[in-house]
Design a protein around this ligand. Structure first.
Ligand code: IPE
Ligand code: IPE
Ligand code: MG
Length: 248
């Protein structure tokens, strides 16, 4: 086990870090390589960042790995990404177990092949006792989809008579999201210079600190993560209150 829940605060690192890992295709194009070469290199960056977050005492790391819109990419690229995912799960399995990393997956997995669904379920199962970093892979994920799924769950509860519509509030709604029982994202990093959220954690990002860097994802590493964390430490999070109120 690498850290306890309170360690993130003591180490002055965000408890929940979310990353939009963007720029693999451009990284490859700059080198005259096929896009998939960028995705392959991107996996190395994932490994480095997961290790670093676990060591630093981050509690939750949510990685946007494949969006609901990414299904529209060329078939060959989608297939290659699925293959890389399977390879990642196999190659990282022992390390996750050794380091107490607990895997979680969010998104509409029903669109994945049976093989990928099984490999994900297996990886989640074998790492479920991990007490360290919770690694959330957002796959076939869209923030709007997640909100719609929550609305459907709520309608079912109301129809069954177990939820009174008047009792619905932000807390009861959040409990129906894919990321129920996880704190909202403290810091969201997006690489590759794009300044948008692209349908990542919409509900959970209400008060998230945003950090944008021009670095392309395959070039993102420990040094770049440290820069993002240093920047985060300078932020003053007010949550709608005044500076004076926050002094108490
Ligand atoms: C991010 O890199 C990886 C995925 C979205 C799967 P991109 O593939 O979007 O790379 P660019 O944005 O085309 O450079
Ligand atoms: C966001 O990147 C999705 C992931 C990083 C998985 P995209 O490359 O799909 O986003 P857009 O199309 O530039 O907004
Ligand atoms: Mg992109």
């Amino acid at each position: 086990m690498i850290q306890s829940t309170s360690e993130a605060e003591t180490n002055n690192v965000p408890a929940h870090v979310a990353i939009i890992m963007d720029g693999n295709g451009r990284w490859a194009r700059q080198r005259g390589l096929p896009r998939i070469a960028g995705h392959q290199q991107g996996v190395d960056a994932v490994t480095e960042v997961v290790d670093a977050c676990a060591r630093k005492g981050v509690d939750y790391l949510s990685l946007f790995a494949f969006s609901s819109e990414n299904w529209g990419r060329p078939r060959q690229e989608v297939d290659a990404l699925m293959l890389l995912l399977l390879e990642y799960l196999t190659s990282q399995r022992q390390k996750m177990l050794d380091n107490g990393i607990r895997l979680r997956v969010i998104g509409d997995l029903s669109r994945m092949t049976q093989g990928v669904q099984q490999a994900l379920a297996e990886a989640v199962r074998v790492t479920s006792a991990g007490q360290g970093l919770t690694l959330v892979l957002a796959l076939s994920y869209g923030g709007r989809d997640e909100i719609l799924r929550a609305v459907r769950r709520i309608i079912i509860q109301v129809q069954a008579g177990s939820l009174d519509p008047d009792g619905l509030n932000a807390e009861t709604f959040a409990a129906c999201l894919d990321l129920a029982d996880m704190p909202p994202a403290d810091l969201m990093i997006r690489t590759s210079g794009e300044m948008r959220i692209s349908n990542f954690l919409l509900w959970q990002a209400a008060y998230t600190e945003l950090y944008f860097t021009d670095v392309l994802w395959p070039d993102f590493n420990l040094e770049e993560l440290n820069k993002a964390f240093d920047d985060y430490c300078q932020r003053r999070r007010r949550f709608g209150l005044t500076d004076e109120q926050l002094q108490f």
